[in-house]
Write a protein that binds this ligand. Structure first.
Ligand code: DGJ
Length: 730
């Protein structure tokens, strides 16, 4: 059983695989945190539970002079009643007073997992995969009811959390902050790891020590962002890639978010994560309910690698959905870097023609096929095929591409509107805007206001019409700017700051409708590359274009960072032309192919202009993709050499039964007289005997993992070298 409750002592113990999470209700009704970490036995609880007393300058509640909320580790701390640390909840009453303190009312255990209305969330394939603890709390003075949810996975070190708030009073309440979870740690000896970045430089791994005061990772941009992913890991100081305790946190949300850690005066650490309270308010009228997004908590005693593999398992089977979840994805060729806006049907068919010869399976027509769109100054919103530009109808183009033997995919940027578009001329009020204030442009475009029902309906109708008009197998859903003038003038002033979240409720509604209307279509999300690589989007679309930076050297880091949280089969990775369009760097075709193998795999170049030897290499790469696909898509992923630390990178994929593995090693820049580089494998069965096929070496798993072997060849061939090694049980 995942949830164990001592009804007398009101102790809740959540056992997720080999981790335990403990909390208890005090006699005054405070729900305080006791422990989170490696599994502990049920009958030792009395010795773990400890209430700390008060302290000077930490006031005590009127009914509990022996306590101070400032000293307690709390499961869902409020504001204004003596806990001065970062809160999970801030609520204003009609007179503007801001104090809230929740006390325990009741609890129940739910077999399985309730849905989060209107929000993407982790789901169960079988009810038996998880149990959910629902703890009801209230602030009786405010009439605010809260349900704290803890969904505990039996077979994974995963607990997911979210909160439902209900106004049980006769007056309006305003939520200023409602985090999805607060997690307390008894000590603060942790490093905080985050994934920061920028456009074309997404998910750089950064690890810094927690220190006294607060540290925050966040986005205020109206999207989960290139700049900081909605993820953090608290790592024990001695935790490494393979060893030590790591606690991973990820928010199933695509909008602005906050992850904030505070080390207290008593050296404990508190972490909260949820919707960013910055510029946020939510008005709860009597009877209204507000549900926070879901937070995913992962425990690992096997370092960062163990944490990542748990996220990968969960997201592959319990987050991504639909027909494409487990299916092999087609090898695609996208025309963006091949043609940018300058193409017509003949050019696309010519690309398809060459692509078919080397085994590529799908052509994706990127930006520029609709409205008036020959550059990025116009046309967004006008989702009507520009037949004059293409030279034929969409159906004719698709049929011509299919006749070449390829499936067809198409690009949209549905959430945007160009001021120079028919849609804007007809509906200038459909974008996020503040009347009278000029709209700030990003890539010459404005953001549609998806909180508006009319906009949601327009998107579903106009996109569905295109998708029904031809045999379309794939959609790339792009989003190329962040939000400004975030405002819907139709909302009353008291609800005006709800816009950030209402936008996402609208988007999720549209995504649910479109993806369920076209279950056969493979959807890939994108935001100028990986600006919205988050679990919220993965719930609707099983893959995300990882970065607009297609340079293979840069991609080593970007993909390595992305793999901290997101499964390899969700990472959009393509081979592009050289000199690379983002860095001007020239790397060998093989190196680019090997890097792109770690992902959904495809091409992003003008294949009609490639020399014969590169075309031959594509054939080899396509074959390699087919051979290794089961390992890459379904295997366990192990990071071996960190590209952020040096000039090399290596990683491997291991089959579930450990009988097979693929090892990939990369050298960025060669050095004269370089020392031999040894790589130690991971995840194999120590007892099993394996053959490293390309080396002709036979060794046991323990030798391959503990002693490793010297990476062959790379240092004699110059810069940008890669090898793929197949390890098979003999
Ligand atoms: C940004 C995407 O990341 C690119 O791949 C491409 O689709 C462009 N947008 C098109 O405008």
């Amino acid at each position: 059983m995942a949830i164990i409750i001592d009804e007398n002592k009101k102790i809740f113990k959540l056992d997720a695989k080999d981790s335990s999470y403990l909390m208890q209700v005090s006699k005054q009704g405070y729900l305080y945190h006791v422990y989170y970490g490696a599994h502990v036995s049920d009958n030792d609880l009395d010795h773990i539970l400890q209430l700390t007393g008060g302290a000077s300058f930490s006031p005590s509640p009127a009914d509990a002079p022996e306590l101070s909320l400032d000293m307690l580790l709390l499961e869902y701390p409020g504001t204004g009643t003596g806990d001065f640390r970062v809160p999970a909840l801030t609520v204003k009453d009609t007179r503007g007073a801001s104090a809230v303190c929740l006390r325990y009312v009741s609890h129940k255990v739910i077999e399985g997992k309730p849905a989060l209305p209107g929000l993407p969330a982790v789901y169960l394939n079988e009810n038996s995969e998880a149990q959910t603890l629902e703890i009801s709390m209230e602030d009786a003075l405010l009439g605010l009811k809260a349900k704290l949810y803890y969904c505990v996975f039996e077979e994974l070190n995963v607990i997911t959390r979210w909160v439902q708030l209900e106004n049980g009073s006769a007056e309006n309440l305003t939520i200023d902050r409602a985090m999805s979870a607060c997690v307390e740690f008894l000590t603060a000896d942790y490093d905080m790891l985050g994934l920061y970045g920028s456009w074309a430089r997404e998910r750089t791994v950064e690890r810094v020590a927690l220190r006294h005061g607060t540290q925050a990772l966040q986005s205020r941009r109206g999207s989960s962002s290139h700049q900081m992913n909605p993820f953090t890991a608290l790592c024990a100081r001695d935790a490494t890639e393979d060893r030590g305790e790591v606690f991973g946190f990820n928010l199933v949300y695509s909008g602005s978010y906050l992850i904030e850690a505070e080390v207290s005066q008593m050296d404990s650490a508190r972490l909260v994560l949820g919707i960013n309270p910055y510029d946020f308010e939510w008005e709860l009228e009597p009877g209204d309910v507000f549900t926070t997004p879901e937070a995913v908590l992962v425990y690992s005693s096997e370092g960062l690698g163990g944490m990542s593999r748990t996220f990968h398992k969960l997201y592959r089977k319990n987050l991504c959905r639909g027909q494409w979840r487990d299916k092999k994805r087609p090898i695609l060729i996208n025309n963006w870097e091949a043609t940018y806006f300058k193409f017509n049907a003949d050019k696309l068919v010519a690309i398809a023609h060459e692509a078919a010869k080397v085994g590529i399976e799908m052509l994706v027509m990127d930006d520029g096929w609709f409205g008036k769109r020959d550059d990025d100054h116009s046309g967004l919103g006008d989702w009507k095929v520009n037949e004059a530009k293409l030279g034929c109808t969409l159906r004719e183009l698709v049929e011509r591409v299919k006749a070449e033997g390829l499936r067809f995919g198409i690009w949209f940027e549905p959430e945007m509107i160009s001021p120079d578009s028919d849609l804007y001329r007809a509906h200038p009020d459909w974008c996020l805007h503040i009347p009278g204030r000029p709209g700030t442009l990003g890539r010459n475009q404005l953001v549609l206001d998806l909180s508006k029902t009319a906009v949601q309906e327009y998107l579903v109708e106009s996109l569905s019409a295109v998708l029904h008009s031809a045999d379309i197998s794939y959609v790339k859903w792009d989003f190329n700017r962040n939000m400004t003038e975030a405002n819907n003038p139709d909302l009353p002033a008291a609800k005006s700051r709800e816009i950030w979240h209402r936008y996402y409720l609208g988007l999720y509604k549209v995504l649910e409708e479109i993806t369920s209307q076209f279950p056969q279509i493979l959807f890939e999300s994108c935001s100028g590359g990986g600006g919205r690589f988050d679990p919220g989007m993965l719930y609707y679309m099983p893959q995300t274009w990882c970065s607009d930076d297609t340079d293979a050297v840069e991609r080593l880091k970007i993909q390595y960072g992305t793999s901290m949280v997101y499964p390899v089969n969700s990472i959009g990775a393509h081979v592009s032309a050289v000199p690379n369009h983002q860095t001007m760097r020239t790397t060998p075709f093989q190196f680019r192919g090997d890097v792109a193998l770690m992902g959904t795999f495809g091409y992003e170049l003008d294949i009609t202009k490639l020399p014969e030897e590169d075309l031959d290499m594509i054939e080899d790469q396509v074959e390699k993709f087919h051979d290794y696909h089961p390992l890459i898509f379904h295997g366990d992923f192990y990071r071996l050499i960190n590209p952020f630390e040096g000039n090399e990178a290596a990683w491997m994929f291991v089959s579930e039964d450990k009988s097979e593995a693929l090892v990939q090693c990369f050298l960025v820049q060669n050095r004269p007289n370089a020392p031999a580089r040894r790589v130690k494998l991971r995840g194999l069965d120590p007892e099993m005997r394996y053959k490293v096929e390309e080396l002709g070496v036979r060794m046991h798993g323990d030798s391959l993992m503990n002693a490793g072997f010297i990476i062959p060849d790379m240092w004699v061939c110059g810069d940008y070298q890669s090898v793929c090694l197949t390890v098979k049980r003999v």
